[in-house]
Design a protein around this ligand. Structure first.
Ligand code: ARG
Length: 459
């Protein structure tokens, strides 16, 4: 009996074993068992409220579903037979409470059921991911607070550009991650409408109350069009997009951490607990966690693109192709959670080497802009100041020196606007401290950014 199909009435032959396995989504959709049962309970409550089922029957159904939920949570019951989690739960219910269990599927279809389950599941996961993101933000905030004054070279084109602080650099990622949270929240807002009661596609002849079921499930309302309710998966795509952007941000930070950990930079050292050694080279300490985050970004992008491609040619309403909406986003959710879980402590336990950052900042003429600004503030047009400074840099390269050590007489060969105060003006700490413009790298500005982040995390 276990494997007799729900639809057996119309069929003379049973499903081929190979086709049965191919058709089944149970191995992956059983992770939605809590959402499926929650959805069924709301549906049953609605059926009772509207007088579609008798209260006594619904009481039995609720009791049966409560028992199944508890048994599955405790691992006493494992979903291992049936085409999908919806059929498994219904069959189990009927096995437990008898004929009454067969009444649950009144005024509903698996098409609206699966759409509800997936929304409930993704809402739950999205909230967990937001919490993980906040933990990562807290780790970034700690490091940024400790390094609001730590000078490092800022880069463009991976060439040393201007001095910045390490705190400022980390807070740039914090700003990106806060937007990631906002993108996920936005997607959840749009997703938070209930398709339940759309039934197979056309709605139903029963006097249902979709708004009531939606409210029980914490939705903001019911989807307005039943065809849309069962057909679209844009909510999956939006989240897949938000998660892809999040992974892109994590991947860029990973790339920097990998660079910074190299002997060429030595800006940071990841803790032993978040690095690995080599099987052959005894000296190696590899940033495997960061590399994996960078690497896993590819599969998250891939999952998004796969679903876009799956959906693009589908006529309304439900098509079995849509069963393919799940594995990719499940993999994405797992991947994002794993990455965030490893990332936060990796950042928090990372040792920063301010002395190496400063040494790097002293090379590469990163105070050249400040030399030009010095002349400009003394009245020279910026373009002329820029040209003279370029000549000074060339002179330093020829003389194997830098702008801080170049003698004043040499400066004055290029412009008599130069005076002894130039050395103070182009001191790296002064260059950084002066960048007090809103959002800039000056410690004062960085502390303001940090305060905004702290307020955000505490609200
Ligand atoms: N397992 C199916 C899925 O994931 C559930 C919906 C099945 N509906 C149907 N008409 N065959 O999409």
């Amino acid at each position: 009996m276990a494997n007799e199909k729900m639809w057996a009435g119309r069929f003379q032959e049973s499903l081929d074993a190979v086709a049965d396995k191919f058709n089944s989504s149970l191995p992956f959709d059983r992770r939605m068992f809590e959402d499926d049962i929650e959805g069924s309970m709301a549906h049953a409550a609605m059926l009772a409220k509207c007088g579609i089922l008798q209260k006594s029957d619904v009481d039995l159904i609720m009791e049966g579903l409560t028992g199944i939920l508890a048994d599955m949570r405790e691992g006493r019951l494992v979903a291992d037979v049936g085409e999908d989690i919806h059929m498994f739960v219904e069959a189990e219910l009927t096995a437990r409470i008898g004929e009454v269990g067969k009444r649950l599927h009144t005024a509903r279809s698996r098409n609206d059921q699966v759409a509800v389950d997936l929304r409930l599941y993704l809402r739950r996961q999205s909230l967990e991911i937001i919490e993980l993101l906040k933990a990562l933000l807290a780790s970034l905030a700690k490091q940024a607070a400790a390094h609001a004054d730590t000078i490092m070279p800022g880069y463009t084109h991976l060439q040393r550009a201007q001095p910045i602080t390490f705190g400022h650099h980390l807070l740039a990622y914090a700003a990106m991650l806060m937007r990631d949270i906002s993108r996920i929240e936005d997607a959840v807002l749009r997703m938070n409408y209930s398709p339940l009661g759309s039934c197979a596609l056309a709605g139903t002849t029963y006097p249902t109350d979709r708004a009531y079921a939606a409210e029980l499930l914490g939705f903001d309302g019911a989807c307005e069009n039943s065809l849309d309710g069962v057909s679209d998966r844009d909510f999956v795509l939006e989240l897949a997009g938000a998660f892809s952007t999040l992974m892109m941000h994590l991947s860029r930070l990973s790339e920097e951490i990998i660079l910074w950990s190299s002997w060429e930079f030595r800006f940071v050292e990841l803790s032993d607990a978040f690095t690995t050694g080599s099987s052959i080279m005894p000296q190696k300490k590899n940033s495997d966690m960061a590399e994996l985050v960078r690497g896993k970004t590819g599969r998250v992008y891939g999952n998004m693109l796969a679903l876009y491609t799956t959906l693009k040619g589908l006529p309304l309403a439900y098509n079995k192709d849509m069963q393919e909406d799940k594995e990719g986003i499940f993999d994405t959710v797992d991947t994002v959670k794993d990455c965030l879980t490893v990332f936060a402590p990796m950042i928090e336990t990372m040792t920063v080497h301010p002395e190496n950052m400063l040494a790097a900042a002293k090379g590469g003429f990163i105070n050249a802009t400040d030399v030009a600004d010095y002349l400009t503030k003394k009245g020279m047009p910026f373009r002329s100041a820029y040209k003279i400074t370029g000549e000074l840099v060339a002179r330093c390269i020829a003389d194997r020196t830098d702008l801080s050590s170049l003698p004043l007489e040499v400066y004055r060969e290029y412009s008599d606007l130069f005076e002894a105060d130039v050395y103070h003006e182009i001191d790296l700490a002064v260059c950084v401290a002066r960048r007090t413009s809103y959002g800039g790298t000056g410690p004062e500005s960085v502390r303001h950014q940090l305060q905004l982040l702290t307020d955000y995390l505490n609200k």
